[in-house]
Design a binder for this molecule. Sequence first.
Ligand SMILES: [Zn+2]
Length: 457
Amino acid sequence: MGLAARILEQEPTGKFRHMIHDEVDKWVDQIIDEVFEEGKKPTVMELSQLFSETKQKFFGACLQALIEQKYAGLLEQEYAPCPQCGKMCKSRRDNLKQMVTMQGPSALKRPWFYCADCSYGFSPLDKALEISRKKHQFDVQKKSTRTVAEVPFSSGSELFAELTDHPVSDHFIHDTFERVGAYACLEDVVPSQEEIAARCQRVNESSWRPVLVVASDGAHVPTRPKAKRNEKRGQGRWQEAKGFRIYLLGKDRIVHVASWHQIQNEEQFGKDLSFVASRISQDNLRIGLLGDGADWLWKHMVSCFPKGRQILDYFHCAEHIHKVAKLQYGEKSQKCLEWVESTITRLFYAEVDNVIWGLQRMKPRDGLAKEEIRKLIGYLQNNRERIHYRGDRIGGYPIGSGGIESANKFICHTRMKRSGAWWVKETGNEMLGIRCAIYNGTYDKVFEKYKTANLPQ
Ligand SMILES: [Zn+2]
Protein backbone atom coordinates (compact mmCIF):
# COMPACT_ATOMS: atom_id res chain seq x y z
CA MET A 1 0.00 0.00 0.00
CA GLY A 2 1.37 3.43 -0.99
CA LEU A 3 1.69 6.27 1.47
CA ALA A 4 -1.28 8.17 -0.02
CA ALA A 5 -3.50 5.11 0.24
CA ARG A 6 -2.38 4.52 3.81
CA ILE A 7 -3.23 8.10 4.79
CA LEU A 8 -6.61 7.72 3.13
CA GLU A 9 -7.13 4.58 5.18
CA GLN A 10 -6.80 6.63 8.36
CA GLU A 11 -9.56 9.02 7.32
CA PRO A 12 -13.07 8.16 8.53
CA THR A 13 -14.34 8.08 4.96
CA GLY A 14 -11.55 5.75 3.91
CA LYS A 15 -12.17 3.51 6.89
CA PHE A 16 -15.85 3.49 6.14
CA ARG A 17 -15.21 2.53 2.55
CA HIS A 18 -13.03 -0.29 3.74
CA MET A 19 -15.60 -1.57 6.20
CA ILE A 20 -18.32 -1.50 3.57
CA HIS A 21 -16.16 -3.48 1.16
CA ASP A 22 -15.76 -6.08 3.86
CA GLU A 23 -19.50 -6.26 4.30
CA VAL A 24 -20.02 -6.52 0.55
CA ASP A 25 -17.60 -9.43 0.48
CA LYS A 26 -19.48 -11.20 3.25
CA TRP A 27 -22.71 -10.66 1.42
CA VAL A 28 -21.29 -11.85 -1.89
CA ASP A 29 -20.04 -15.01 -0.19
CA GLN A 30 -23.52 -15.73 1.07
CA ILE A 31 -25.03 -15.20 -2.36
CA ILE A 32 -22.42 -17.35 -4.08
CA ASP A 33 -23.04 -20.18 -1.67
CA GLU A 34 -26.75 -20.08 -2.26
CA VAL A 35 -26.89 -19.38 -5.98
CA PHE A 36 -23.95 -21.07 -7.60
CA GLU A 37 -24.25 -24.40 -5.90
CA GLU A 38 -24.18 -27.33 -8.33
CA GLY A 39 -27.57 -28.00 -9.87
CA LYS A 40 -29.30 -24.90 -8.51
CA LYS A 41 -31.42 -22.84 -10.90
CA PRO A 42 -33.09 -20.11 -8.84
CA THR A 43 -36.01 -18.18 -10.33
CA VAL A 44 -36.52 -14.43 -10.11
CA MET A 45 -38.84 -14.92 -7.16
CA GLU A 46 -36.31 -17.08 -5.36
CA LEU A 47 -33.51 -14.60 -6.04
CA SER A 48 -35.65 -11.76 -4.76
CA GLN A 49 -36.43 -13.76 -1.64
CA LEU A 50 -32.72 -14.40 -1.11
CA PHE A 51 -32.08 -10.65 -1.34
CA SER A 52 -34.84 -9.96 1.18
CA GLU A 53 -33.29 -12.39 3.62
CA THR A 54 -29.72 -11.19 3.27
CA LYS A 55 -30.00 -7.47 2.70
CA GLN A 56 -31.10 -6.76 6.28
CA LYS A 57 -27.91 -8.08 7.73
CA PHE A 58 -25.89 -6.28 5.08
CA PHE A 59 -27.53 -2.87 5.41
CA GLY A 60 -27.72 -3.16 9.19
CA ALA A 61 -23.96 -3.70 9.24
CA CYS A 62 -23.42 -0.77 6.84
CA LEU A 63 -25.45 1.51 9.07
CA GLN A 64 -23.45 0.38 12.06
CA ALA A 65 -20.14 0.97 10.23
CA LEU A 66 -21.27 4.43 9.22
CA ILE A 67 -22.11 5.38 12.78
CA GLU A 68 -18.84 3.97 14.06
CA GLN A 69 -16.88 6.22 11.71
CA LYS A 70 -19.02 9.32 11.79
CA TYR A 71 -19.38 9.34 15.58
CA ALA A 72 -16.02 7.83 16.51
CA GLY A 73 -15.46 10.63 19.04
CA LEU A 74 -18.59 9.85 20.99
CA LEU A 75 -17.87 6.14 20.95
CA GLU A 76 -14.54 6.74 22.66
CA GLN A 77 -15.75 9.42 25.05
CA GLU A 78 -14.47 8.93 28.58
CA TYR A 79 -16.09 11.82 30.40
CA ALA A 80 -19.43 13.49 29.87
CA PRO A 81 -21.46 16.06 31.85
CA CYS A 82 -24.65 14.81 33.48
CA PRO A 83 -27.60 16.33 31.56
CA GLN A 84 -29.38 16.99 34.86
CA CYS A 85 -26.77 18.49 37.19
CA GLY A 86 -23.79 19.08 34.92
CA LYS A 87 -21.36 17.03 37.00
CA MET A 88 -18.63 15.29 35.00
CA CYS A 89 -19.17 11.53 34.94
CA LYS A 90 -16.72 8.87 33.89
CA SER A 91 -17.70 6.29 31.30
CA ARG A 92 -18.77 3.07 32.99
CA ARG A 93 -18.35 0.34 30.45
CA ASP A 94 -19.11 -0.50 26.88
CA ASN A 95 -22.80 -0.87 26.86
CA LEU A 96 -24.35 -2.71 23.94
CA LYS A 97 -27.39 -1.15 22.31
CA GLN A 98 -29.21 -3.56 20.05
CA MET A 99 -31.39 -1.76 17.62
CA VAL A 100 -33.48 -2.41 14.55
CA THR A 101 -34.10 0.19 11.86
CA MET A 102 -35.93 -0.24 8.58
CA GLN A 103 -32.50 -1.24 7.21
CA GLY A 104 -32.06 -4.15 9.57
CA PRO A 105 -30.48 -4.98 12.92
CA SER A 106 -27.43 -3.08 14.18
CA ALA A 107 -25.53 -3.18 17.45
CA LEU A 108 -23.65 -0.28 18.98
CA LYS A 109 -21.10 -0.69 21.68
CA ARG A 110 -21.14 2.75 23.22
CA PRO A 111 -19.99 4.23 26.50
CA TRP A 112 -22.61 4.54 29.18
CA PHE A 113 -22.56 7.18 31.90
CA TYR A 114 -24.20 7.21 35.25
CA CYS A 115 -24.55 10.15 37.60
CA ALA A 116 -24.69 8.80 41.14
CA ASP A 117 -25.95 12.14 42.50
CA CYS A 118 -28.99 12.12 40.24
CA SER A 119 -29.30 8.32 39.91
CA TYR A 120 -29.43 8.98 36.21
CA GLY A 121 -27.98 6.98 33.33
CA PHE A 122 -27.33 8.51 29.91
CA SER A 123 -25.51 8.17 26.63
CA PRO A 124 -24.41 11.23 24.61
CA LEU A 125 -24.31 9.07 21.50
CA ASP A 126 -27.98 8.14 21.89
CA LYS A 127 -28.81 11.82 22.15
CA ALA A 128 -26.79 12.79 19.08
CA LEU A 129 -28.31 10.00 17.01
CA GLU A 130 -31.82 10.33 18.42
CA ILE A 131 -31.87 6.66 19.32
CA SER A 132 -35.17 5.40 20.69
CA ARG A 133 -35.23 3.58 24.02
CA LYS A 134 -37.17 0.90 22.22
CA LYS A 135 -35.23 -1.65 20.23
CA HIS A 136 -37.17 -0.83 17.07
CA GLN A 137 -36.20 2.69 16.10
CA PHE A 138 -38.42 5.65 15.26
CA ASP A 139 -38.50 4.86 11.54
CA VAL A 140 -39.97 1.44 12.28
CA GLN A 141 -42.33 2.94 14.85
CA LYS A 142 -43.62 5.48 12.35
CA LYS A 143 -44.34 2.93 9.65
CA SER A 144 -45.82 0.30 11.94
CA THR A 145 -48.23 2.85 13.42
CA ARG A 146 -49.23 3.90 9.92
CA THR A 147 -49.89 0.23 9.12
CA VAL A 148 -52.27 -0.46 12.01
CA ALA A 149 -54.11 2.74 11.24
CA GLU A 150 -55.32 0.82 8.18
CA VAL A 151 -55.60 -2.81 9.26
CA PRO A 152 -56.68 -4.49 12.51
CA PHE A 153 -54.10 -4.89 15.24
CA SER A 154 -54.43 -8.66 15.01
CA SER A 155 -53.10 -8.78 11.47
CA GLY A 156 -50.92 -5.64 11.65
CA SER A 157 -47.69 -7.21 12.83
CA GLU A 158 -48.06 -10.08 10.41
CA LEU A 159 -48.69 -7.79 7.46
CA PHE A 160 -45.86 -5.48 8.48
CA ALA A 161 -43.41 -8.39 8.60
CA GLU A 162 -44.72 -9.74 5.33
CA LEU A 163 -44.22 -6.46 3.47
CA THR A 164 -41.05 -5.15 5.09
CA ASP A 165 -39.26 -8.33 6.21
CA HIS A 166 -39.08 -6.84 9.70
CA PRO A 167 -40.72 -9.03 12.29
CA VAL A 168 -42.39 -6.95 15.00
CA SER A 169 -44.47 -8.29 17.86
CA ASP A 170 -48.18 -7.65 18.39
CA HIS A 171 -47.31 -6.02 21.67
CA PHE A 172 -44.79 -3.64 20.08
CA ILE A 173 -47.15 -2.54 17.35
CA HIS A 174 -50.06 -2.02 19.75
CA ASP A 175 -48.03 -0.27 22.42
CA THR A 176 -46.33 2.04 19.90
CA PHE A 177 -49.68 2.88 18.35
CA GLU A 178 -51.10 3.95 21.70
CA ARG A 179 -48.05 6.05 22.51
CA VAL A 180 -48.08 7.83 19.17
CA GLY A 181 -51.87 8.09 19.25
CA ALA A 182 -51.66 10.04 22.50
CA TYR A 183 -50.11 12.86 20.45
CA ALA A 184 -52.89 12.93 17.87
CA CYS A 185 -54.57 15.93 19.46
CA LEU A 186 -56.75 18.44 17.68
CA GLU A 187 -54.12 21.22 17.55
CA ASP A 188 -51.70 19.07 15.56
CA VAL A 189 -54.13 16.93 13.58
CA VAL A 190 -55.78 19.99 12.06
CA PRO A 191 -53.54 21.90 9.65
CA SER A 192 -52.09 25.18 10.91
CA GLN A 193 -53.63 28.56 10.18
CA GLU A 194 -50.95 29.21 7.54
CA GLU A 195 -51.50 25.84 5.88
CA ILE A 196 -55.26 26.40 5.79
CA ALA A 197 -54.71 29.85 4.26
CA ALA A 198 -52.49 28.26 1.61
CA ARG A 199 -55.16 25.70 0.78
CA CYS A 200 -57.76 28.47 0.45
CA GLN A 201 -55.42 30.30 -1.89
CA ARG A 202 -55.33 27.28 -4.17
CA VAL A 203 -59.02 27.52 -5.02
CA ASN A 204 -59.21 31.27 -5.21
CA GLU A 205 -60.01 31.69 -8.90
CA SER A 206 -60.74 35.22 -10.01
CA SER A 207 -64.27 34.73 -11.33
CA TRP A 208 -65.43 32.39 -8.59
CA ARG A 209 -65.58 32.95 -4.86
CA PRO A 210 -64.92 29.53 -3.38
CA VAL A 211 -67.40 27.98 -0.98
CA LEU A 212 -66.08 26.70 2.30
CA VAL A 213 -68.22 23.69 3.15
CA VAL A 214 -68.59 22.62 6.77
CA ALA A 215 -70.32 19.25 7.00
CA SER A 216 -70.97 17.59 10.34
CA ASP A 217 -72.43 14.29 11.37
CA GLY A 218 -72.30 11.43 13.80
CA ALA A 219 -71.43 7.77 13.27
CA HIS A 220 -71.93 5.00 15.75
CA VAL A 221 -68.89 3.14 16.97
CA PRO A 222 -68.94 -0.06 19.05
CA THR A 223 -67.25 0.64 22.39
CA ARG A 224 -66.51 -1.28 25.57
CA PRO A 225 -65.19 -0.22 28.96
CA LYS A 226 -61.50 -0.69 29.64
CA ALA A 227 -60.93 -3.97 31.46
CA LYS A 228 -58.06 -4.56 33.86
CA ARG A 229 -55.76 -7.49 33.34
CA ASN A 230 -57.52 -10.84 33.96
CA GLU A 231 -60.78 -9.03 34.38
CA LYS A 232 -63.78 -9.90 32.28
CA ARG A 233 -64.63 -7.36 29.62
CA GLY A 234 -67.60 -5.20 30.47
CA GLN A 235 -70.67 -4.94 28.32
CA GLY A 236 -70.21 -3.08 25.05
CA ARG A 237 -72.33 -0.24 23.78
CA TRP A 238 -72.56 1.92 20.70
CA GLN A 239 -71.38 5.48 21.14
CA GLU A 240 -71.49 8.31 18.70
CA ALA A 241 -68.33 9.53 17.05
CA LYS A 242 -69.11 13.14 16.24
CA GLY A 243 -67.14 14.82 13.57
CA PHE A 244 -66.86 17.31 10.80
CA ARG A 245 -65.17 17.70 7.51
CA ILE A 246 -64.28 21.09 6.11
CA TYR A 247 -63.43 21.48 2.46
CA LEU A 248 -63.29 24.09 -0.24
CA LEU A 249 -65.43 23.86 -3.29
CA GLY A 250 -63.71 25.54 -6.19
CA LYS A 251 -65.07 25.90 -9.69
CA ASP A 252 -63.95 22.45 -10.72
CA ARG A 253 -62.21 20.95 -7.76
CA ILE A 254 -62.46 20.15 -4.10
CA VAL A 255 -59.62 20.96 -1.71
CA HIS A 256 -59.71 19.24 1.64
CA VAL A 257 -59.12 21.48 4.65
CA ALA A 258 -59.60 19.41 7.77
CA SER A 259 -61.36 16.40 9.24
CA TRP A 260 -61.85 15.68 12.91
CA HIS A 261 -63.83 12.85 14.50
CA GLN A 262 -63.96 11.76 18.10
CA ILE A 263 -66.17 9.67 20.34
CA GLN A 264 -67.34 12.60 22.41
CA ASN A 265 -70.27 14.58 23.70
CA GLU A 266 -71.92 17.49 22.03
CA GLU A 267 -70.22 20.11 24.15
CA GLN A 268 -66.74 18.88 23.26
CA PHE A 269 -67.74 18.70 19.61
CA GLY A 270 -68.70 22.37 19.81
CA LYS A 271 -65.39 23.33 21.41
CA ASP A 272 -63.42 21.45 18.77
CA LEU A 273 -65.35 22.98 15.90
CA SER A 274 -64.88 26.43 17.36
CA PHE A 275 -61.12 25.84 17.67
CA VAL A 276 -60.86 24.88 14.01
CA ALA A 277 -63.07 27.81 12.97
CA SER A 278 -60.61 30.14 14.70
CA ARG A 279 -57.89 28.98 12.30
CA ILE A 280 -59.93 29.92 9.23
CA SER A 281 -60.14 33.46 7.97
CA GLN A 282 -63.84 33.60 7.02
CA ASP A 283 -63.96 37.07 5.51
CA ASN A 284 -63.37 36.30 1.87
CA LEU A 285 -65.21 33.05 1.72
CA ARG A 286 -68.77 32.04 1.11
CA ILE A 287 -69.72 29.40 3.63
CA GLY A 288 -72.12 26.48 3.33
CA LEU A 289 -73.15 24.44 6.36
CA LEU A 290 -74.36 20.91 5.74
CA GLY A 291 -75.91 18.42 8.10
CA ASP A 292 -78.82 16.11 8.75
CA GLY A 293 -81.65 17.02 11.10
CA ALA A 294 -79.75 16.60 14.38
CA ASP A 295 -80.10 19.75 16.49
CA TRP A 296 -76.71 19.49 18.21
CA LEU A 297 -74.76 19.91 15.02
CA TRP A 298 -76.70 22.96 13.81
CA LYS A 299 -76.35 24.71 17.10
CA HIS A 300 -72.56 24.56 16.95
CA MET A 301 -72.09 25.05 13.22
CA VAL A 302 -74.16 28.23 13.31
CA SER A 303 -72.33 29.63 16.31
CA CYS A 304 -68.90 28.91 14.79
CA PHE A 305 -69.77 30.05 11.26
CA PRO A 306 -72.49 32.66 11.79
CA LYS A 307 -72.72 33.81 8.18
CA GLY A 308 -72.88 30.27 6.80
CA ARG A 309 -75.78 29.26 4.58
CA GLN A 310 -77.60 26.37 6.26
CA ILE A 311 -78.39 23.45 4.00
CA LEU A 312 -80.25 20.33 5.10
CA ASP A 313 -78.52 17.34 3.61
CA TYR A 314 -80.54 16.45 0.52
CA PHE A 315 -79.98 12.71 0.72
CA HIS A 316 -80.93 12.59 4.35
CA CYS A 317 -84.09 14.53 3.59
CA ALA A 318 -84.94 12.30 0.62
CA GLU A 319 -84.52 9.24 2.81
CA HIS A 320 -87.29 10.50 5.10
CA ILE A 321 -89.58 11.09 2.13
CA HIS A 322 -88.96 7.56 0.81
CA LYS A 323 -89.75 6.07 4.18
CA VAL A 324 -93.16 7.73 4.34
CA ALA A 325 -93.93 6.83 0.73
CA LYS A 326 -93.07 3.19 1.31
CA LEU A 327 -95.31 2.88 4.35
CA GLN A 328 -98.17 4.87 2.90
CA TYR A 329 -98.28 3.58 -0.68
CA GLY A 330 -96.29 0.34 -0.68
CA GLU A 331 -92.77 -0.05 -1.96
CA LYS A 332 -92.25 0.56 -5.67
CA SER A 333 -95.94 1.13 -6.38
CA GLN A 334 -96.72 3.69 -9.07
CA LYS A 335 -98.32 5.98 -6.48
CA CYS A 336 -95.25 5.70 -4.26
CA LEU A 337 -92.90 6.77 -7.05
CA GLU A 338 -95.15 9.61 -8.13
CA TRP A 339 -95.53 10.98 -4.65
CA VAL A 340 -91.79 10.84 -3.97
CA GLU A 341 -91.03 12.61 -7.21
CA SER A 342 -93.53 15.41 -6.73
CA THR A 343 -92.58 15.92 -3.08
CA ILE A 344 -88.87 16.12 -3.81
CA THR A 345 -89.50 18.49 -6.69
CA ARG A 346 -91.48 20.79 -4.40
CA LEU A 347 -88.72 20.72 -1.83
CA PHE A 348 -86.21 21.46 -4.56
CA TYR A 349 -88.14 24.67 -5.23
CA ALA A 350 -88.27 25.42 -1.49
CA GLU A 351 -92.03 24.83 -1.26
CA VAL A 352 -91.72 23.34 2.20
CA ASP A 353 -94.99 24.70 3.55
CA ASN A 354 -96.82 23.21 0.61
CA VAL A 355 -95.39 19.78 1.39
CA ILE A 356 -96.24 20.09 5.08
CA TRP A 357 -99.78 21.12 4.19
CA GLY A 358 -100.13 18.02 2.00
CA LEU A 359 -98.78 15.73 4.71
CA GLN A 360 -101.17 17.13 7.26
CA ARG A 361 -104.09 16.25 5.00
CA MET A 362 -102.86 12.76 4.20
CA LYS A 363 -105.01 9.86 5.42
CA PRO A 364 -102.52 7.43 6.97
CA ARG A 365 -102.86 3.85 5.81
CA ASP A 366 -102.04 2.43 9.25
CA GLY A 367 -100.39 3.20 12.58
CA LEU A 368 -96.85 2.90 11.24
CA ALA A 369 -97.56 5.25 8.37
CA LYS A 370 -99.23 7.69 10.74
CA GLU A 371 -96.18 7.79 13.01
CA GLU A 372 -93.78 8.25 10.11
CA ILE A 373 -95.89 11.07 8.64
CA ARG A 374 -95.94 12.80 12.02
CA LYS A 375 -92.15 12.53 12.24
CA LEU A 376 -91.64 13.89 8.74
CA ILE A 377 -93.87 16.89 9.45
CA GLY A 378 -91.80 17.69 12.55
CA TYR A 379 -88.57 17.22 10.63
CA LEU A 380 -89.63 19.57 7.85
CA GLN A 381 -90.93 22.18 10.28
CA ASN A 382 -87.66 22.09 12.20
CA ASN A 383 -85.56 22.43 9.08
CA ARG A 384 -87.84 24.69 7.05
CA GLU A 385 -85.18 27.38 6.63
CA ARG A 386 -82.59 24.91 5.44
CA ILE A 387 -84.45 23.58 2.43
CA HIS A 388 -83.77 25.58 -0.74
CA TYR A 389 -81.94 23.21 -3.04
CA ARG A 390 -82.54 25.07 -6.28
CA GLY A 391 -81.05 28.23 -4.82
CA ASP A 392 -78.11 26.28 -3.46
CA ARG A 393 -77.45 24.82 -6.90
CA ILE A 394 -77.55 28.18 -8.58
CA GLY A 395 -75.20 29.67 -6.00
CA GLY A 396 -72.76 26.78 -6.35
CA TYR A 397 -73.36 25.37 -2.87
CA PRO A 398 -73.43 21.61 -2.30
CA ILE A 399 -76.80 20.09 -1.40
CA GLY A 400 -75.68 16.68 -0.25
CA SER A 401 -73.02 15.85 2.22
CA GLY A 402 -71.29 13.36 -0.04
CA GLY A 403 -68.14 14.97 1.29
CA ILE A 404 -68.67 14.03 4.88
CA GLU A 405 -70.25 10.71 4.04
CA SER A 406 -67.15 9.58 2.20
CA ALA A 407 -64.83 11.03 4.83
CA ASN A 408 -66.81 9.28 7.50
CA LYS A 409 -66.68 6.01 5.65
CA PHE A 410 -62.98 6.39 5.16
CA ILE A 411 -62.07 7.61 8.62
CA CYS A 412 -64.63 5.89 10.77
CA HIS A 413 -66.36 2.89 9.28
CA THR A 414 -63.59 1.18 7.39
CA ARG A 415 -61.40 0.84 10.45
CA MET A 416 -63.74 1.22 13.42
CA LYS A 417 -66.60 -1.01 12.39
CA ARG A 418 -64.80 -4.22 11.63
CA SER A 419 -66.68 -7.24 12.84
CA GLY A 420 -65.69 -8.22 16.35
CA ALA A 421 -63.90 -4.94 17.04
CA TRP A 422 -65.03 -3.21 20.21
CA TRP A 423 -63.13 -0.09 21.08
CA VAL A 424 -62.04 1.25 24.42
CA LYS A 425 -62.99 4.92 24.06
CA GLU A 426 -59.43 6.24 24.53
CA THR A 427 -57.91 3.87 21.96
CA GLY A 428 -60.82 4.49 19.60
CA ASN A 429 -60.20 8.22 19.78
CA GLU A 430 -56.49 7.73 19.21
CA MET A 431 -57.34 5.69 16.14
CA LEU A 432 -59.70 8.38 14.89
CA GLY A 433 -57.06 11.02 15.60
CA ILE A 434 -54.32 9.21 13.70
CA ARG A 435 -56.62 8.49 10.78
CA CYS A 436 -57.72 12.13 10.61
CA ALA A 437 -54.06 13.16 10.68
CA ILE A 438 -53.30 10.88 7.74
CA TYR A 439 -56.32 12.26 5.87
CA ASN A 440 -55.40 15.88 6.71
CA GLY A 441 -51.75 15.41 5.74
CA THR A 442 -50.50 16.08 9.28
CA TYR A 443 -49.32 12.61 10.34
CA ASP A 444 -45.64 13.62 9.99
CA LYS A 445 -46.22 16.48 12.40
CA VAL A 446 -48.01 14.30 14.95
CA PHE A 447 -45.26 11.70 14.81
CA GLU A 448 -42.59 14.38 15.18
CA LYS A 449 -44.26 15.54 18.41
CA TYR A 450 -44.23 12.00 19.75
CA LYS A 451 -40.59 11.54 18.75
CA THR A 452 -39.45 14.80 20.31
CA ALA A 453 -41.13 13.87 23.58
CA ASN A 454 -39.38 10.50 23.60
CA LEU A 455 -35.83 11.50 22.69
CA PRO A 456 -33.00 10.58 25.03
CA GLN A 457 -31.73 13.49 27.13
ZN1 LIG B 1 -26.31 14.52 37.84
